[in-house]
Design a protein around this ligand. Structure first.
Ligand SMILES: [Ca+2]
Length: 290
């Protein structure tokens, strides 16, 4: 009896943690909880509310690790299950956040058979017109066959909808990307003003994964673009880089681009590239000093 009581207390504690969103994975953001067999037709999910914590629309499949499609293994990025977004399909979840705070939403995806895939990440409510993240999934940079993406947004309410949508109209509806491990993180943002000078400071390096060669990272901020070369031996290492720019509006888009294609030198045929890390924004008090 005592054991049962302790178990109940633990269970309540767990439920309490799950109901208010902290930094990290969203409730069932790894899709390990799935539909009942009666809510699926083959791999296709047939009930909008069959996946706990999520609402689906369109051709959504629930994929178990090890599953194949023809000769192709469908790589589940994390755990035993992931969802696959087919033609014009989307998944949506409600998240408790803090109004006025910036967040980044991240997820892991794996491409399957479609050539040019894109995912549209959006949140609701959103007072800004045409403000969503259209993320092209064109290259896989990790040898395991999946990669992670993130997108930043401002929470305009204390409860928001997060939507991941595959806008593609493929000939084969079952040809979309696998999605897994959807997570949210609150971002600390410095107060920014138009006309003020900032330094964008970051590290460029390699992941010690046999990705060798002359690499080039282009950084964009405000009206400024600069190229930062990095010689990679594929054995780890990094250098610090700095881009000084003047903010032209209260919100400035910052972008990094890897200019070249690289392949690992281990004959795996995997595409790879430079690593950008530890990005900081620092206000410059005396911009005329070097
Ligand atoms: Ca999973």
């Amino acid at each position: 009896m005592k054991k049962a009581a302790i178990l109940l207390v633990l269970l309540c504690a767990t439920l309490n943690v799950a109901s208010s969103q902290k930094d990290g994975i969203l409730p069932n953001g790894n899709f390990e909880l799935g539909p009942k067999p009666s809510e699926m037709k083959g791999t296709k999910v047939v009930n909008r509310h069959a996946i706990p914590n999520w609402e689906i629309s369109g051709y959504v499949e629930y994929i178990k690790s090890g599953q194949t499609q023809g000769d192709m293994l469908l790589p589940v990025p994390q755990g035993d299950y992931a969802v696959r977004l087919g033609e014009d399909a989307s998944i949506k979840t409600k998240v408790k956040v803090t109004k006025g705070v910036f967040y980044s939403i991240s997820f892991v995806f794996a491409r399957t058979c479609a050539q040019e895939e894109k995912l549209n990440v959006s949140v609701w409510p959103n007072s800004e017109k045409n403000d969503w993240g259209m993320l092209p999934l064109q290259t896989m940079y990790s040898s395991e066959g999946w990669d992670s993406y993130s997108w930043g947004f401002l929470a305009e309410a204390n409860v928001i909808d997060v939507v991941i949508h595959n806008p593609a109209v493929e000939k084969d509806p079952a040809c979309g990307p696998l999605i897994d491990f959807v997570a949210l993180k609150a971002l600390k943002t410095p107060k920014r003003r138009g006309g003020k000078v900032y330094d964008l400071i970051f590290s460029i390096g390699d992941a010690s994964n046999s990705c060798e060669g002359s690499m080039l990272v282009e950084a964009f901020a405000g009206k400024i673009t600069r190229q930062f070369p990095y010689e990679s031996k594929g054995k780890g290492g990094f250098k610090r880089a700095r881009l000084r720019f003047t903010a032209i509006s209260p919100r400035t888009r910052v972008r990094f681009l890897s200019t070249y294609y690289h392949m690992k030198s281990d004959n795996s045929g995997s595409l790879c590239g430079p690593v950008v890390d530890d990005v900081r924004l620092v206000g410059v008090r005396n911009p005329h000093r070097p």
